[in-house]
Write a protein that binds this ligand. Structure first.
Ligand code: SAM
Ligand code: SF4
Length: 343
């Protein structure tokens, strides 16, 4: 029988939230996330959709209640709805309280309705600008109209939408109010994210683009009464409310350490590497025990092997991370791209 005790790390944090990257590929090339010419993983390295199902189901048996599917762009993975269908059975059983995804929105026009039919209730859509030309510039390959169509389709399917906007100095500073007002009008939640030093992108001087959210907050105060909310989600977001619109706005400052003590999440890559902390390099390979389990005689033995590997990994979850801009290093300090660990 699987061990029913939940996953508790050495700092007494219960792990309830798994983010799983189902592909490293993407139909966009956002300048802060990817180089224009990326070398992607060979297909053989990727977990199959069936393996992803077995792996995520292992986490669900061990008490994970929230699953967020991300990438790369999750909706460009071939057959991805098969995986969502598989995970939806955990929603129906009540084991998962939430199944959700982070997407660039390009494929939502096609997938929003089937996702909603499976029980997905919310979707995070990344959108850094409302200007078609700037959108083409920052995503290199994306088209704004396609994403806005996707967002509309998601709205029509009844999905709640959260817009994720990376705060970029000299790029979308001038759209702060246009973006907040658009979200208020459309009824979308909005979260700003500080740009993180991820990946080796050479030419992209992200320090020049770094726009501190403290600064962004001060800009909001020029036009709004801003109230800090105490609500926390176990993640890096803090929330504030703009009293004039009643809007709740999230701020994700991943470089600060103030959320690590309540961190309830781990990240799985599309090759089965489990990162216990976004800001640390330590990871556990879960693909090997997953594949070794497939050779065992019974499904119970396979599940036992996988669950032991997951528990061992969680015991290595560090207390916190140590990003640091103070050394003024421009090239990424974390050799992984966000598209690898799934942001
Ligand atoms: N393709 C999907 C999307 O764009 O929403 C999911 C994967 S993407 C890696 C997840 C999130 O990470 C996006 O909101 C993106 O803006 C953010 N992101 C990517 N690179 C980042 C960086 N260097 N700093 C901060 N956020 C980043
Ligand atoms: Fe693709 Fe998302 Fe990265 Fe943009 S942020 S390149 S959409 S994975």
């Amino acid at each position: 029988m699987p061990d029913p005790a939940p996953l508790i790390d050495p700092f007494a944090r219960a792990i309830r939230y798994l983010r799983v990257s189902v592909t490293d590929r993407c139909d966009f090339r956002c300048t802060y996330c990817m180089a224009e010419h990326m070398t992607f993983l060979p297909k053989a390295e990727l977990l199959t959709l069936e393996e992803l199902d077995r792996l995520c189901s292992g986490f669900v048996r061990l008490g994970v209640e929230k699953l967020r599917v991300t990438g790369g762009e999750p909706l460009v993975r071939r057959g991805i709805m098969t995986f969502f269908e598989a995970m939806a059975r955990h929603l129906r059983s009540g084991a998962l309280s939430e199944l959700t995804l982070t997407t660039n929105g390009s494929q939502l026009a096609r997938f929003a309705r089937p996702l909603a039919d499976l029980g997905v209730r919310r979707v995070n859509v990344s959108l850094d600008t409302l200007d078609p030309q700037k959108f083409a510039q920052i995503t290199r390959w994306g088209r704004l109209a396609q994403v806005l169509d996707g967002i509309r389709a998601a709205q029509e399917a009844g999905l709640r939408i959260k817009i994720n906007t990376v705060a970029l100095k000299g790029f979308n500073e001038d759209e702060l109010f246009a973006l907040t007002e658009w979200c208020a009008r459309e009824g979308h939640d909005l979260t700003f994210i500080e740009v993180m030093p991820m990946g080796e992108m050479g030419e992209d001087a992200r320090l020049d683009r770094f726009w501190s959210l403290r600064d962004l907050r001060a800009r909001l105060e020029e036009r709004h009464t801003v109230t800090d909310l105490i609500e926390r989600t176990g993640g890096p977001a803090r929330y504030l409310r703009l009293e004039e619109t009643g809007q709740k706005i999230g701020l994700i400052t991943p470089l600060s350490h103030n959320f690590c003590e309540s961190c309830n999440r781990v990240r799985l890559t599309c090759t089965g590497e489990l990162y216990m902390c976004l800001g640390q390099e330590d990871m556990a390979d879960l693909r090997a025990p997953l594949r070794a389990g497939a050779q065992l005689e019974t499904p119970e033995e396979a599940e036992g092997l996988l669950e032991r590997a997951i528990r061992d990994a969680i015991l290595r979850k560090p207390k916190g991370h140590d990003f640091d801009y103070s050394r003024r290093v421009i090239r990424g300090q974390m050799p992984r791209h966000m598209s690898h660990t799934g942001g």
